[in-house]
Design a binder for this molecule. Structure first.
Ligand SMILES: Cc1ncc(COP(=O)(O)O)c(C=O)c1O
Length: 395
């Protein structure tokens, strides 16, 4: 079978990519227009763009360092491991909090165990596009005087109690990299309602270099290739080649730069479609959720009360790893690719000073070893959804 459903995709037409060439003419700043539309969409007072979300986190941390001498930044033990890098680059210390099997994100009940007088910032992360209740981290932040940066990289447009996540804490960061719901291949955003924080972020952001000449001339080709490779027929036909470009290594550095006008034009178009694409993801995701939620072999994340998830992926934790492997093979045979996100918890990849003899974060390890992601993007057709449900029924 040539057709294969990729793990992630954002429908982007070649016509939309071609629009980016407007940025080569005139003096208009499309970045400014994009930032102001993004802020309006999120219901936030300020929005800043960057070359990636990692850079946006680093800039936020550098900004709040000007307001406090505290040194520790808390992230969940199961997450995108490279979050360690912006924390260290800002001269701060990463501290882990155990993950929850209910949300696959930080276990807020365990947060009191890891915060102290030296806690500068906590990052609740909405993994896979699922909002979760952050009342407790926000309350602890008020009582203990630390900042809350919501990592909304995977959940742009998701809501909790009628508000967009990313606007509930001091600031929210978003990733526009490949694999996200809202992607211009690379890019990152930071939003905040605080004028004081916005001033400090702007100071730091204005020190960053712009994109180099080689990026500017290659970005149209990169985006054209990106628009093509996630289409199921192309993905299936050229899988061997495409799979070589999937990330397998854990980075040990990153660069902080400005966003590009070319991508901002693409971003402006995609922002108008974000709600439509998120609604499609929600419908597909909920169909899978309802069909699989009572399957005794797996665990799904809870859907928080009064929340609208945006299903960046459909995450499934298997009680047995052998079952997980079998399901992955069966889905591939039926034309559906699956992903394994974060094969190891953060402290297994970076030396953060945790005891290596005994497992400090058993739930994070449990999730990392047993989680697959199933696609929910707009290219996933109804027939493929039925196939996914069939495969899970057969285990
Ligand atoms: C939760 C989370 N935070 C941060 C990032 C970093 O994003 P970027 O690749 O744009 O730097 C990612 C990207 O995978 C992510 O999933």
């Amino acid at each position: 079978m040539l057709r294969k459903i990729p793990t992630t995709a954002v429908p982007l037409s070649i016509f939309e990519v071609l629009r980016g060439f407007k940025s080569f003419f005139g003096n208009k700043s499309y970045i400014k227009e994009f930032e102001s539309n993004f802020a309006r969409y999120m219901g936030s007072n300020h929005a800043f763009s960057f070359n990636c979300c990692t850079a946006s986190i680093c800039i936020f941390l550098k900004a709040i360092k000007k307001l406090s001498n505290k040194q520790e930044v808390v992230i969940p033990a199961y997450t995108v491991p490279t979050l360690v890098l912006p924390i260290r680059k800002a001269g701060l210390k990463p501290v882990l909090c155990e993950s929850s099997l209910d949300t696959f994100s930080m276990d807020s009940e365990r947060l009191p165990d890891v915060i102290n007088d030296n806690t500068l910032c906590v990052l609740p992360i909405y993994h896979f596009g699922f909002p979760y209740e952050i009342d407790l981290p926000l309350k602890l932040a008020r009582e203990n005087g630390f900042f809350v940066l919501e990592d909304t990289a995977q959940a742009p447009g998701a809501t909790l109690n009628g508000k967009k996540v990313g606007t509930l804490g001091d600031a929210g960061c978003f990733s526009l990299c490949r694999g996200k719901n809202f992607s211009t291949f690379s890019g990152g955003m930071l939003v905040t309602n605080s004028d004081e924080l916005a001033g400090l972020i702007r100071e730091e952001r204005d020190l960053l270099p712009g994109q180099g000449f080689s990026f500017k001339i290659t970005v149209p080709f990169i985006l054209t290739a990106y628009s093509l490779v996630t289409r199921p027929v192309i993905y299936g036909s050229f899988y061997k080649l495409i799979s070589q470009f999937k990330h397998t290594t854990v980075h040990d550095s990153f660069e902080s730069k400005l966003y590009s006008d070319f991508q901002a034009i693409i971003g402006l178009g995609l922002l108008d479609k974000l709600d439509k694409f998120n609604a499609i993801r929600l419908k597909k995701g909920m169909t899978l959720y309802k069909a699989l939620k009572d399957n005794a072999h797996i665990i799904l994340p809870e859907i928080a009360k009064n929340s609208t998830p945006v299903f960046n992926h459909f995450p499934v934790v298997f009680k047995e790893t052998k079952t997980m492997e079998k399901v992955q093979v069966k889905l591939w045979e039926r034309g559906i690719d699956t992903g394994r996100m974060y094969l190891k918890p953060v402290h297994h990849l970076y030396d953060l000073g945790y005891d290596r003899q005994k497992e400090s974060f058993p739930k994070a390890l449990y999730i990392a070893e047993r989680l697959i992601t199933v696609p929910t993007h707009p290219y996933l057709d109804d027939k493929s959804i039925e196939k996914i449900i069939d495969v899970f029924k057969s285990i």
